[in-house]
Design a protein around this ligand. Structure first.
Ligand SMILES: *Cc1c(COP(=O)(O)O)cnc(C)c1O
Length: 359
């Protein structure tokens, strides 16, 4: 019996090969006599796992040498506060682009630390598009500009990296590693792991070195990029097991052919699903086609009364976790790296069949 396909937005599906390897190594990691969960984070075994994971991530993303890669805790939500605490560097203002629910959360947290200038917002159109770059009202005195390249809830993705005159900070929780990325265009990139990287509990931060070391007075050490970087993300006990699994995912991505190959696969998966939705005359996706996410695909059925049967029958067909976010309803298929094309094919076949029977 094959495993079902899981379309959860996060924690999300992991590559089966990674789970199998973790299972095989669970009780005894490579003859060490220990599970990775039982190892000292400062022992040579775990240090080799940690260093290998960082090296593989740097290779996948081609991370320039003047950037630190941090393996932290606290989720992307902690980064909403760490952003201003670390990046304001004596300034009083920061620019934020508002493209959805996660942008809004980042903005409200930043307001605790500085004056937030919302450069543009798509809230008036229910976050179904991204405001055109030439409408953004950037503040020349802003310490940085923050945006959310992929809004996980709305399914809105902005692939082009905006040119702005200040360091760019990006919440890439649901898009990092989905395709190639030019890291050198950013000041800080961060991502909670549980979407497209690994298990919950780990947060990846990639930060340009010259932006560190001017953290707001009174900042806890745990929230200071410079302090965490100095200790190799081991100021305290890091999330060792999540770090290890993320490392297995990075190896899996390299074995697939890297981010170019993943980008092509993700594009093909998304195109198949959007085409099915658009041509159905039954399902509907409200997002501006220019900004549709490759990772999170919300769609609605013509009648809310069909939601429950759709979800129940999908589950019986081995298609899990398709309910939309509680704030928007409808359906949402998250099709991160670990969801294979076969999974999307199974989903669109099911959708066509459901429409035939219920449409
Ligand atoms: C899931 C998500 C978050 C929140 O992540 P946590 O790790 O739960 O704090 C923030 N931003 C985006 C874009 C997300 O998808």
């Amino acid at each position: 019996m094959p495993r079902p396909y899981n379309f959860s937005a996060g924690p999300a599906m992991l590559p089966e090969a990674v789970l199998e390897q973790a299972k095989a190594e669970m009780l005894d990691w490579r003859g060490s006599g220990m599970s990775v969960m039982e190892m000292s984070h400062r022992g040579k075994e775990f240090v080799s796992i940690a260093e290998g994971a960082e090296a593989d991530l740097r290779e996948l993303l081609n991370v320039p040498a003047n950037y630190k890669v941090l393996f932290l805790q606290g989720g992307a939500s902690s980064q909403f506060a760490m952003m201003p605490m670390n990046l304001l560097r004596g300034k009083a203002k920061a620019d934020y682009l508002n493209t959805g629910q996660w942008s809004k959360k980042a903005i409200s947290e930043a307001k605790k630390f500085c004056q937030v200038n919302v450069v543009a917002s798509s809230e008036a159109v229910n976050f179904t598009t991204v405001p055109a770059r030439d409408t953004w009202k950037c503040d020349p005195d802003a310490a940085y500009l923050h945006y959310t390249p992929n809004e996980t809830i709305g399914g809105v993705e902005m692939d082009a990296i905006p040119e702005v005159g200040v360091p760019l900070a990006a919440d890439m929780s649901s898009t990092l590693l989905s395709r190639p990325l030019d890291v050198s265009k950013f000041g800080v990139i961060y991502a909670g792991a549980q979407k497209n990287i690994g298990p919950a509990g780990l947060t990846i931060v990639i930060v340009r070195e010259d932006l560190m070391g001017q953290t707001v007075a009174g900042a806890p050490t745990m929230l200071d990029y410079a302090a965490m970087a100095k200790e190799g993300s081991m100021y305290n006990t890091p999330p060792t097991y999540a770090w290890y699994i993320a490392g297995l995912v990075f190896q899996w991505l390299k074995a697939q052919g890297g981010l170019q190959v993943m980008g092509e696969r993700n594009k093909a998966k998304a195109e198949l699903l959007y085409k099915t939705i658009d041509e159905s005359g039954f399902y509907r996706n409200p997002v501006d086609p220019a900004y549709r996410s490759w990772m999170n695909v919300p769609f609605i059925l013509p009648d809310e009364a069909l939601d429950k049967p759709f979800l129940a029958e999908a589950k019986s067909a081995g298609l899990l976790t398709l309910a939309g976010h509680r704030s928007v309803g409808g359906m949402r298929a998250s099709i991160y790296n670990a969801v294979p094309l076969e999974g999307v094919k199974a989903l669109v076949d099911f959708m066509a069949d459901f429409q035939k029977r219920r449409g």
